[in-house]
Design a protein around this ligand. Sequence first.
Ligand SMILES: [Zn+2]
Ligand SMILES: [Zn+2]
Length: 609
Amino acid sequence: MEQSEQQADPKANFLYRLRHSLAHIMAQAVLELRPDAKLAFGPPVEFGFYYDFDFQGNPLGENDLQEVENRMRRIIKEKQPFESSHQSLEEALRALESASQTYKVEYAQELVELGKAGEEGLSFYTNGPFIDMCEGPHLEHTGEVPKGCFKLDRISGSYWRGDEKRPMLTRIYGLAFESKADLKDYIERRKLAMERDHRKLGDELDLFCMDQEVGVGLPLWMPNGAVIRDELEQWAREEEFKAGYQRVSTPAITRSKLFERSGHLPYYADSMYPPMTVDETDEYYLRPMNCPFHHKPYDARPRSYRDLPFRLAEYGNTYRYEKHGSLAGLLRVRAMCMNDAHVYCTPEQVEQEFQAIIDMYRMYYNHLRMGNFRVRLSLHDPDSDKFIGNKEEWLRSEAIVREVMQRMEIDFDEESGEAAFYGPKVDIQVKNLLGREETVSTCQLDFVMAERFDLGYVDADGARKRPFIIHRAPLSTHERMISFLIEFYGGAFPTWMAPLQVMMVPVNDQVREYAENLAHTLRQDLFRVEVDSSDESFNKRIRNAVTHKIPNIWIIGAKEMENASITWRRYCVKEQLNVGVAQAHEALRKMRQARMMDNFEDVALPVEG
Ligand SMILES: [Zn+2]
Ligand SMILES: [Zn+2]
């Protein structure tokens, strides 16, 4: 991975060499403080580098990092050249053993056994007094490290070779970027990302919880989180209805036969929960995807070309066996609910349908202000056996997708080997707050499943033909989508999606009943409204509403009661507005109706004056 990036981007190449070199420079500095430390691995990684040490009972701690950094800066000033050399296994082992570098000895032997040592022998790099077994590449000399571009970040434990039966090592992490400014920028973004971490905000805003008795990766949505799901789902329903979709509702469990037929069992079993035996003879699986559950209703009745395009939609629950270590909050889970649909169409309709779907993606992402996405066209890898179907069909369907996107003037990159096993896909790639790219949702063109499920339609000429199937899930899974929205919005949702839309804060007890009555009226109109008439001071109650990121605070005092108005304070806007009650109510309706993104400052309230 890093190899190919290097070749593609000479700048990334510099960053890679920089981080690699800094790992050596750090190890050299650490050995000055702890000459007996044994070295393990020290690679460049995303955002920086690390090195693992065995300090043999005398570890460095966080307080020592400053001293290590000081020594690193001295080494950088010395402009030590990085010099490449090669040694035979015998030479290398003799040198490493005499330096008691037992971890390196083990690794050197392994490299030779695996035939990775190369004809010239094992590769070493020397800078100043420091020598390390390493493939490179590095900078020319330590002086090339830009001023202020790195910072030692933290210390953690890690097992040698990631094996908990092997010795526990001390890992020192450093951050490194091309410039001091880039480093500063990253540290700021990381701070923001930590403040906005969806797990942290999910707790604070009471959106979801996890429970050990329920199991890892199985989020439980709290009432506040369920509101956000319901609102997204309602939106999808409306858009899908307008676009000619019909909803179905299907079970999340099935006999193994279905997934054998679909190819999931041969191609996807690693990501599935193990089967359960039912009635002693039958094996049942939880579904990792909804697809075959839509193919069956399609196939349950005879279809003619007049029925196509036939579009089936369902917010379907699916279950995937993700590795324990890869689970992360809502981002990677074992139970999820997907904005799924399958469009069955004739070959003549496929371009138009695909285009309409891509348009729907664009509409959603622009509306949600996630317009800054990258589109990736994921193709099959002709050298891999991960993909079913023949080559001509792959090339043909890939060409269709490519052409549609070109016609729509969508910028996209192509990537080989990332397709679904049954067809090419379009991935919507969104950067998270740390700048790391994640796939939010995908759309696939499938020419394989109709064949496998023997799906057909009777064409105008009376012949039975195969439909194309488009798989699409623009709003992704609730879990993934909402984890992104929480972080993008910092937990401040627009009025239409917000768990609590209006918090009324009466100034004193005299106006309390008036506020309660107004809240009652709004609730009858299905708005989520509360009155904070707790004993806290007025200022404290305002602060509470702001802490909970409630989009609208309506302040009600004697003056407001007298002229039937409210004082409207928005979460992200400084100025307050005095608005008549009827007009305020109407404004809320408009905001809901248009799904206004009033969590952004530049969106004005729909009120006059
Ligand atoms: Zn190196
Ligand atoms: Zn599907």
